[in-house]
Design a protein around this ligand. Structure first.
Ligand code: NDP
Ligand code: 8X3
Length: 258
């Protein structure tokens, strides 16, 4: 039980990678703070983790872009829940796959607010208490899109490059403390991600993964758990993980149906 008496804070815990992380860390004995907008999903997850692992979870239905709501969450944490050992900055999304000239500014704004600003501000809010205790691990979810751009992904890719840059700079700023900073950069993971990107069009979402065995959310949760369970002197700075069929952000081998 690597995480007994440890607190893990996960944003975007209602689905996909965040949900799989909640399960992985609950199994290891962690107490959890779970944030996402869909309250029903979070409540259901917390009940399931309690039944399965006797896990203690505190659920906060909130939009990570709402700084007032997020501040309220931090202010309401007391006792061991306020001593966060691992922060998984996972909430994020892509919206649309249009070229710059056709894209909607409202999509850009939502991606920038969620993927960049909320991740930066949540980190800023948590950092003082981690530094004071000289203890903590910040795990940011970047993307292969933060390393290689593709047409139709300009702003999503830019947000993930920002996550990469922020993670690197954060490591410099906390150097000399015991804090660790990791940036996880997945390739294609089959979650709600593509359905959200195509604004609820499930068929288009599904098409994204046709003919390949995509990563599962659990594959990424395993990787994150691995990083979080290295000895204190080991910091995995970043990790790029793709399905075997994905050679780069835009080169994917798809098996065609006979
Ligand atoms: P999902 O769509 O399955 O999960 C996204 C999670 O983020 C949900 O729990 C959603 O919860 C939450 N979220 C989104 N916006 C907000 C918001 N404003 N406030 C609070 N929570 C929010 O996708 P994934 O699990 O795949 O994505 C998780 C992360 O992984 C993202 O940062 C994504 O960019 C990254 N990633 C995904 C890849 C993939 O191929 N799937 C590849 C590389 C990186 P709710 O809707 O309830 O608010
Ligand atoms: C999600 C992976 O390649 O769709 O970050 O941008 S990709």
């Amino acid at each position: 039980m690597h995480f007994e008496n440890k607190t893990v804070f996960i944003t975007g815990a209602s689905s996909g990678i965040g949900l799989a992380c909640a399960e992985r860390f609950a199994e290891a004995g962690a107490r959890l703070i779970l944030v996402a907008r869909r309250a029903d999903k979070l409540e259901h997850l917390a009940a399931e983790l309690k039944a399965k692992y006797k896990a203690q979870s505190k659920v906060f239905p909130a939009d990570v872009c709402d700084r007032i709501a997020i501040d309220k969450i931090f202010k309401s944490l007391t006792g061991p829940l306020s001593e966060i050992d691992v922060l998984i900055n996972n909430a994020g999304l892509a919206l649309g796959k249009d070229r710059i000239q056709e894209a909607l500014l409202s999509d850009w704004e939502q991606m920038i607010d969620t993927n960049i600003k909320s991740l930066f501000y949540i980190t800023h809010a948590l950092l003082p208490s981690m530094l004071k205790r000289d203890r903590g691990h910040i795990i940011n979810i970047g993307s292969i899109a933060g390393r290689q751009v593709y047409s139709g992904g300009a702003v999503y890719c830019a947000t993930k490059q920002a996550v990469k840059a922020f993670s690197e700079a954060l490591r410099l700023d906390v150097n000399g403390s015991a804090l660790r900073v990791t940036c996880i950069e997945p390739g294609m993971v089959e979650t709600e991600f593509s359905e959200v990107r195509f604004k609820g069009n499930a068929a288009l979402g599904k098409q994204t993964y046709e003919g390949i065995e995509a990563l599962r959310a659990e594959d990424i949760a395993d990787t994150i758990f691995y990083c979080a369970t290295r000895p204190a002197h080991v910091n995995i700075q970043d990790m790029l993980i793709t399905p075997t069929a994905q050679a780069s952000a835009s080169v994917v081998y798809r098996k065609t149906k006979e």
